[in-house]
Design a protein. Structure first.
Length: 357
């Protein structure tokens, strides 16, 4: 028994192949145009006539019989539509998997619209201002592209990020800990949208600095084996290049070293993003680096000193199941600077603090 992927000629076909192999499913591939890349990926490729050719029917049925095909996945809308009628008209005992690619895409965007509509009240409550609220279509766009980037910032946290930018002052936007760039993408979009300022990411992306002693050892050891830090760095650059627009750069170094660079020089340069000049005052600070207490405490002590009046702090994982570094640091900050805080709330496990102007 096998599943036929036809026509095997696009990324959807390759995505199905990956998922099928994880399920232990046998997959055969066919297309009406030979593709060496597809042949290599699937381990073989049968070339069938086009569906409108007179000899397609016999060739297709022969392939089903010789390969023991019981299911077919068609990742091209026109072929999917043809096969729906073809299977029905001939009474074939063949299951057509999934919906039409175009209908699937339409449904995905319908769900995206519903998500944006559902999140609008949360975004508005985090903003606490009727002016400058991003539109529903903008919310869709942010979540659409952020969803393509691996990261652990959940929808509620990203919604709160969207909301607070409406009341952020002018200044730099700094992120400590970016991984592949999910939250960095959102910060960059919002900084451009509100003309807040340039965005700087600081993340060493190294094994040594990623070790978190508060994390359970068994989980830490299992995670360590999965990280390829050079690929993570490249993925981060790939994800940020389309939105950088001369207003984004990064420092691949520990937080304390990055702070020294930021404090001593307004210009940050890199091969990929060129040179970006920063204002030297931070309007939005997202701390999402190593969560061990000493690291979170140091990040706050260093970077909060560069914040401008009215700035926002986002302290990630204030509520965290694997340690209390952000929680302890956040509570100490709330107590020590209670007279200097305009607003504070928790959303998506992160602590959001707006300082007074």
């Amino acid at each position: 028994m096998a599943t036929l992927v036809f026509p095997a000629l696009n990324q959807l076909a390759l995505d199905y192949l990956d998922a099928a192999r994880n399920r232990g499913e046998r997959v055969v591939a066919a297309a009406s145009v030979y593709d060496a890349r597809m042949e290599a990926a699937f381990g073989g490729l049968t070339v069938l006539p086009y569906v409108y050719d007179s000899d397609f029917c016999d060739a297709f049925l022969d392939l089903l019989s010789t390969q023991g095909v019981t299911d077919v996945y068609a990742p091209v809308a026109s072929v999917h539509a043809f096969l729906e009628g073809f299977i029905s008209e001939r009474g074939l005992r063949l299951r057509l998997l999934g919906g039409s690619p175009i209908r699937t895409q339409v449904e995905a965007y319908r769900r995206l619209r519903e998500k944006a509509e559902a999140l609008q009240p949360l975004i508005a409550s985090c903003s606490a201002t009727p002016d400058g609220i991003v539109s529903r279509i903008e919310i869709e766009a942010i979540f659409r592209y952020a969803g393509l980037v691996y990261g652990e910032s959940n929808d509620d946290k990203l919604s709160a990020m969207i909301g607070i930018f409406a009341t952020a002052p002018k200044g730099d936007v700094v992120e400590i800990g970016s991984l592949m760039g999910k939250s960095a993408f959102v910060l960059q979009y919002l900084a451009r949208r509100y003309d807040t300022g340039n965005v700087l990411s600081v993340d060493p992306l190294s094994h040594e600095t990623s070790i978190q002693s508060d994390f359970p050892a068994a989980v830490q050891n299992a995670m360590d084996s999965q990280w390829d830090y050079d690929i993570l760095r490249e993925a981060f650059i790939v994800n940020m290049l389309p939105v950088a627009a001369g207003r984004f750069n990064y420092l691949r170094m520990p937080s304390e070293h990055g702070f020294n660079v930021y404090r001593s020089s307004r210009a940050v340069g890199s091969l990929e993003f060129g040179e970006v000049v920063y204002a030297g005052g931070i309007a939005v600070l997202h701390i999402d680096g190593n969560h061990d207490l000493q690291h979170v405490k140091q990040d706050c002590e260093l970077w909060l000193s560069g914040m401008v009046p009215g700035a926002w702090l986002i302290l990630d994982d204030y509520l965290w199941a694997h340690g209390d570094g952000p929680y302890v640091t956040g509570n100490a900050l709330l107590q020590a600077r209670s007279g200097d805080i305009d607003r504070a709330f928790v959303c998506g496990k992160a602590l959001f603090v707006k300082f007074r102007t």
